[in-house]
Design a protein around this ligand. Sequence first.
Ligand code: FMN
Length: 382
Amino acid sequence: MTEPLDTLFSPLRIGDLTLRNRIVMAPMTRHRATLDGVPTDLMVEHYRQRAGAGLILSEGIYPAFNGRGYLFTPGLHNEAQAAGWRRVTDAVHGEGGAIFAQIMHVGRLSDPLMLDGAQPIAPSAVQPDPVARHYTINCPRPKRPYPQPRAMTHAEVLGVIDDYRNCAVLAQKAGFDGVEIHAASGYLPMQFLSTNTNLREDAWGGSVEKRAAFLLACVDAISAATSPGFVAVKFSPGWTFHNVFDDDPVATYSYAVRALSRRGIAFLELGNYGMDWDVYGVLRPLFDGPAMFVAGYTRQSAAATLNRGEADMIGFGQAFISNPDLAERYRLGQDLTRPDIETYYTQGAEGYTDYPVFADTDPSRLQPVDAAPTPIAPETTG
Ligand SMILES: Cc1cc2nc3c(=O)[nH]c(=O)nc-3n(C[C@H](O)[C@H](O)[C@H](O)COP(=O)(O)O)c2cc1C
């Protein structure tokens, strides 16, 4: 059956914003910033080209130097970085688009190479399994086991929460329409949430309430400094990527989603990267606000999900890498360009700003608009 597409192209209100369609460019780390984390001309052009999305979620951005996990990823904790991001947000707004900044602190998934020799920080001193999955495609981080992290002190936890707040304030100054806290994929907020990475016995660990306290404190600090409609959250509930495990993901995320619902945040992003429980069915009803689902969607499955009233918007990742005009191609039913995984994490224009719009595309690289999506690369940074 062919799904009606009207919902996909209808406007949606999130926070104080009206999005022009329900097609979201999912957050994607692409390693095109300077070594100091400043956005480059290439990034301005990359995001400008993709402004036809109803909403762009930026790549993961570190809110403090100790949150950096990879080379050439951008930050947002100083004026030079904010000035760089201002050029990106101006370019997106100039095309009529909207853009949130994704705040990504990697916690224990860093390396002294990234931190001027310092040891990575984490909720607890739990080293990822040395055989934990590693990047094999060009990803600019050391190809060696993740190091032993150091447990944060109580004062350090408060300091990092303040870094999230400061990052959101800078994001607002830099012209972003909001921020999304990356609480998925085994990064710092998920390290606090999950039972194998959080062995604390103070206010930040133990019960589900205490494991969720870090994330909720970040949300509250950002809401107070900006507004609840300026902050969103991404979860990948129970995903074991990056060696993070939860004894009871249903209980952990049911609690966290209810707590976020009460806070009236802009939206909740849920990524189901192959988890073996009904993530969407269980969690969506607990959140009283706009929900975004992501991972493995096609135009047809996205429209069907919206038409059934399950999600309010759908994220597309890899399809946006190789189709800057993705929303327009979906609207007109035009064929899609296949992405080239080899250039996901390289530096430079190739595979980043040189994918043409439909009219200029080499037909040999095209596939039908509703063909199966590109499988999720096991090595993606997200
Ligand atoms: C190159 C690449 C980088 C990614 N980086 C991030 C990231 O920084 N933050 C994040 O939340 N997800 C990240 N992801 C996950 C995507 O946001 C998305 O959820 C995933 O690609 C699945 O969607 P798709 O099937 O439409 O590609 C990344 C994915 C890819 C392919």
